[in-house]
Design a protein around this ligand. Structure first.
Ligand code: UD1
Length: 416
């Protein structure tokens, strides 16, 4: 199993270019299957989740040509073969094939999706939405079998603005008869990116960046083209790193509007940075103020930014309180930070972090994708050598993390 070896304590300076967003790309690729013949995606991140999605494309006889960060997807020979467990369980986003294959074939068989172990993560809202569109959902062993004679547009009110359910229902209703309205929809930027892709295929869909999405089902869609939007979670991770150990660290190729809640929170903590239209230049802050934060749906403070932000708060002068409202078990990484010397205490969905604490190197495992990112940041500020096991979880979501960090002066490598 490969490990990350990180020798921390080195100031980081230079440029980090942000990749295409994982959470967009993992929806855009399945969305390509809505096209009758072909589509193209640029700025596709080369991450583990994409590798597995490409394997799923092969299962359904979808051809593609990939060169660097550009993919052309050919769907002329598409079939609806069942998606096996060894692929579906690799990530959460495998569930987007439910929406697209249901739309195309009115039948899909897929084993349960996987994803980070950060809470129960039911998909009842997706299922209820498919049923409202006219589908029948059966669970046999660990497999969903979804059938429909016909999909018919309707109004679907989500009990919670779920990112996954919003996208999946947009996909499923894109070829349905009539108009579908999704109320209480999520409005994360990645959803806007998917909407733009669907528009490029010829879909009449309105409501980008709002909580009400209106889809007029098309008889067919084709020739999609999209550039994956910048990854706001990757950008946030590196901005936080800059506040911890940067020396004019420049985070480039971002949309600062997407990370406004983080930037506002950093300002409240007394962290200064230079903000240009699509980049942030940030240096180590020697007087981080503690803060109370609550994770929320967009545009609130993102749950995915919470773990790296906790690493920052281990260096704040005083006690911070984090309330995690999206997932019920997203503090596993905090007990690992404690093993390095941090002072955190969790109680249900609340984490108390008292700083500043001097961290010491350790050999630790990666608990999940963003928890792993929090530990990478901790290791980078810790004098000595930290080893992180099970790094495939981190590689699921951070393109070229070792190369990007090495370029700005970090001593980080993958060892067997
Ligand atoms: C997406 C992101 C993930 C991010 C999350 C919240 C992807 C691939 N992943 O995950 O990185 O942390 O948004 O911003 O885009 N829920 C239900 N029933 C459902 C669906 C969701 O109860 O049918 C609950 C979940 O358990 C969770 C909350 O709603 O507590 C948010 O989930 P959701 O917005 O759907 O997150 P994901 O799409 O899984």
């Amino acid at each position: 199993m490969p490990k990350l070896k990180i020798e921390g304590g080195h100031k980081l300076s230079g440029d980090i270019l942000i990749s295409g967003a994982k959470n967009s790309a993992v929806a855009l690729l399945p969305a390509s299957l809505l096209c009758t013949s072909k589509s193209k995606i640029v700025n596709l991140p080369k991450i583990r989740d994409i590798e597995y999605l490409l394997k799923i494309l092969k299962v359904v006889n979808c051809d593609y040509k990939i060169k660097e960060n550009i993919i052309e997807v050919y769907t002329t020979n598409l079939t609806n073969n069942p998606i096996p467990e060894h692929l579906s369980e690799q990530m959460r986003a495998s569930y987007y094939f439910m929406g697209t294959l249901l739309a195309r074939f009115k039948h899909i068989e897929i084993s349960f999706p996987g994803g980070c172990n950060i809470g129960a993560r039911p998909i009842d809202l997706h299922i209820k939405g498919f049923e409202a569109l006219g589908a029948t959902v059966t669970i046999i062993k660990n497999k969903y079998i979804i059938d429909a004679k016909e999909l018919k547009g309707t109004t679907i009110h989500l009990d919670f603005p779920s990112v996954g359910a919003t996208i999946n229902l947009m996909l499923a209703s894109s070829l349905a008869k009539g108009t579908t309205i999704i109320e209480n929809a999520a409005c994360e930027p990645e959803i806007g990116n998917v909407i733009d892709y669907l528009i490029s295929m010829g879909l009449n869909i309105e409501g980008k960046n709002t909580n009400r999405i209106v889809i007029k089902g098309a008889s067919s869609l084709d020739n999609g083209f999209i550039s994956v939007c910048p990854d706001r979670i990757e950008a946030s991770t590196y901005v936080i790193l800059g506040a911890l150990i940067g020396n004019n660290l420049k985070i480039k190729g971002i949309n600062t509007e997407f990370i406004k809640s983080l930037l506002d929170t950093l300002k409240t903590c007394g962290v200064n940075f230079k903000e240009l239209s699509n980049e942030i230049i940030i240096s180590k802050c020697n007087n981080i103020k503690p803060i109370d934060i609550k994770t929320e749906v967009y545009p609130g403070f993102p749950t995915d930014t919470q773990p790296p932000f906790v690493t920052l708060l281990t260096q704040a002068n005083g006690t911070s309180i984090i309330t995690e409202t999206i997932y019920e078990s997203r503090f596993k990484f905090a007990s690992l930070l404690n093993e390095m010397g941090a002072n955190t205490e969790s109680n249900g969905n609340i984490l108390k972090v008292t700083g500043p604490t001097k961290l010491s190197p350790k050999t630790l495992y990666t608990p999940d994708l963003r928890g792993g990112a929090a530990l990478v940041l901790a290791a980078l500020i810790t004098k000595g050598t930290t080893y992180l096991d099970n790094i495939s979880l981190i590689l699921r979501g951070y393109e070229d993390i070792v190369e990007k960090l090495t370029k700005v002066g970090a001593k980080i490598s993958v060892i067997e």
